[in-house]
Design a binder for this molecule. Sequence first.
Ligand SMILES: O=C(O)CCC(=O)C(=O)O
Ligand SMILES: [Fe+2]
Length: 331
Amino acid sequence: MSLAESASATNGAFQDIPVIDLSSATSPNESERKALAQQIRDACMNVGFFYVKNHGIPPECIDDVLEVSKEYYSLPIEEKMKLHHKSLVTNFRGYSPLLDANIEPGNAGDNHEGFEFSWEELVPNANDEKRHDGAMAGANVWPERPEGYREAMLKYYHAAIAVGKMLFPLFALSLNLPERYFDDKTRNSAALMNALHYPPQTGPVDDRVVGIGAHTDFECFTILWQQPGIQALQVLNSEKIWINAPPIEGTLVINLGDQFTRWTNDIFKSTVHRAVNRNGVDRYSIPLFFGTDYDVNIEPIASCVSAERPARYEPITAGEYVNQRLKAMYY
Ligand SMILES: O=C(O)CCC(=O)C(=O)O
Ligand SMILES: [Fe+2]
């Protein structure tokens, strides 16, 4: 069966989100890697979301990032607003207060705060590759407090990027492409990370103000860490039923974004999701939006285009695409 035929055979009426074990991601045994890629293909065609376990991020790294995030968000708003991204020329890096973003058109603002940054080495070195980030070029900013914020964030960031780098060859295999297909497109991968804080929403809640409104993500895929024990994330299936995506101990959520639907001519799904924090306690989560280099042109891959399924998207660079989507969300 061709990719397009397999995709048409799925109905997207999933009731739960698969958990995929990444232990064999770098196995020397090709058939093990292919078997894993097959599970990823099924999840990408049917759900657009999957959990990964055995992803390799050390638990201490996660504990540290949660601790500094909690400390940072407990600072006075005036201090946080010094790094408001809209008052800086940093191309979306920095702080965004409650209701600053509005990802679902028609809503009245997303009820979360965020702190966003992009590629940076923990210890700058002379061999840092020159990046060509085009529309997304810019420098990170960092808060003065809490101490250790930058270090904890960047340690987690690089560990999560390693997960992203491990996944691209598996996505390639799952699309019947050479395993190294994305290598020359992911030398300086887009990797925007947003440390989020959702205050609890209690009492009557305006449906137009939820933690993050219904949306699809912008990049190829998102690597999402969610705070354990707190249900907030929901994923919309093809029957328009919201399916809970609770945190599962030791896992990360991987969800595809709209760039992958463009690369795959809609064979992979970028599924609508939202987060609603009605738990009575603060919630923290950390999406890392991962993709190809910003100067790479996104165009439907040949194996996803045919006479019956002509290319559905015009080429656009990854950086231009993300920049347009971020502007629509913030302005
Ligand atoms: O906080 C979450 O669980 C989801 C966040 C999200 O969907 C996003 O930032 O795009
Ligand atoms: Fe999202």
